[in-house]
Ligand binder design. Structure first.
Ligand code: SF4
Length: 329
């Protein structure tokens, strides 16, 4: 993986993990910085230009590293949390809210994994009963794995802490670190899918649907719990045909009776993010559509959402026991 530059916080520059990460990269200019905000939060950055030649920032995350997941985010009623070892994503989905959340398209990789683990430990053995930790909220969990070795570290941690569950949400096929080890029953690999037409139009750099399904099939055959995330659901007049095809493709490879879960999630985002992205991509038709606004969020019309959910849920019943299905808020 190539980056235009690697910025390294002076606090982590001499750590073993950072040195190992640097050894995995091709020769790249390096700049030492005080705090990642100097590079990442600067004003007048152009996300669209930076996305063409992003830099990698190696940093230490301070403060609350494990946060409560938004209400209705997860697959059960257990206490839910999310944690982000990265900000931004190596893929470039036009519908992604990250483009509207950050000014910078550079990738921040937080390398103090042990501090994350300490906070996971506190949540797991404190007041929460069987908590679920979601990774992949501010990034893709696996896309930078060959450089970060993030999953390698955290899957080990969850293997030693079976009271907690991890969901690694991804669109990546960089799954070698999982193939190379025994499956861990409390680590769920959740892969997101949209139909082919949406993939082609709006999921730049994301591995193809077939490739992702092959990767997920391999994990399922090895005994990993795998999950399907149908998101974001974006309304198209022929969505029924597209989802019919997508579900048929998915369940030709994945055993619906053995999946951990399958969920749907709507295309929605805070109004401010939506506005930022519309400004970045003024010609993008996705952002020129008519949406509804409520409580600071932009969403498709409730009629369209209901139509999609009803129809897709009907189709799902053909492939999976309905107890494995949930709607992600
Ligand atoms: S893969 Fe996920 S995180 Fe990455 S750009 Fe696409 S939607 Fe955003």
């Amino acid at each position: 993986m190539k980056f235009s530059c690697v910025y390294i916080e002076e606090e982590v520059v001499n750590t073993q993990r950072v040195q190992e990460i640097l050894q995995r990269l091709p020769p790249t200019p390096q700049v030492t910085i005080k705090r990642y905000g100097e590079v990442f939060n600067r004003r007048s950055q152009n996300f669209r230009l930076q996305k063409q030649k992003p830099a990698l920032i190696l940093a230490k995350k301070h403060g609350n590293l494990v946060l409560p997941a938004p209400t209705g985010y997860g697959f059960n009623d257990n206490p839910g949390f999310y944690f982000s070892h990265m900000l931004n994503c190596v893929y470039d989905c036009r519908y992604c809210f990250l483009q509207g959340m950050y000014r910078s398209a550079n990738y921040v990789l937080f390398t103090n994994y042990e501090d994350f683990a300490t906070q996971l430990q506190i949540k797991t053995h404190g007041q929460s009963v069987n908590p679920v930790f979601y990774s992949g909220y501010d990034c893709d969990s696996m896309a930078l794995e060959p450089v970060s070795h993030f999953a390698e570290f955290f899957v080990d941690w969850f293997a030693d802490n079976p009271a907690a569950t991890l969901e690694l949400r991804t669109k990546s096929t960089q799954l070698r670190s999982l193939y190379n080890r025994q499956p861990v029953s409390n680590c769920i690999i959740a892969m997101s899918f949209t139909p082919k037409d949406i993939y082609r139009r709006w999921e730049s750099k994301v591995p193809g649907i077939e490739k992702r399904l092959d990767a997920l099939k391999k994990l399922q055959e090895q005994g990993w719990p795998v999950a399907i995330r149908l998101e974001p659901l974006i309304y198209e007049s022929d969505f029924e045909n597209s989802y019919d095809q997508l579900l048929s493709d998915i369940f030709e490879k994945i055993d619906g009776n053995r999946i951990h879960s399958i969920s749907t999630g709507m295309f929605r985002m805070p109004k401010t993010f939506f506005k930022n992205i519309s400004n970045l991509y003024p010609d993008e038709l996705l952002y020129a559509r008519k949406y509804e606004q409520s409580h600071g969020m932009i969403a498709q019309s409730s009629t369209q959402e209901a139509e999609m959910l009803e129809s897709i849920e009907d189709m799902l019943c053909r492939y999976v026991p309905i107890k494995h299905y949930y709607r992600c808020a």
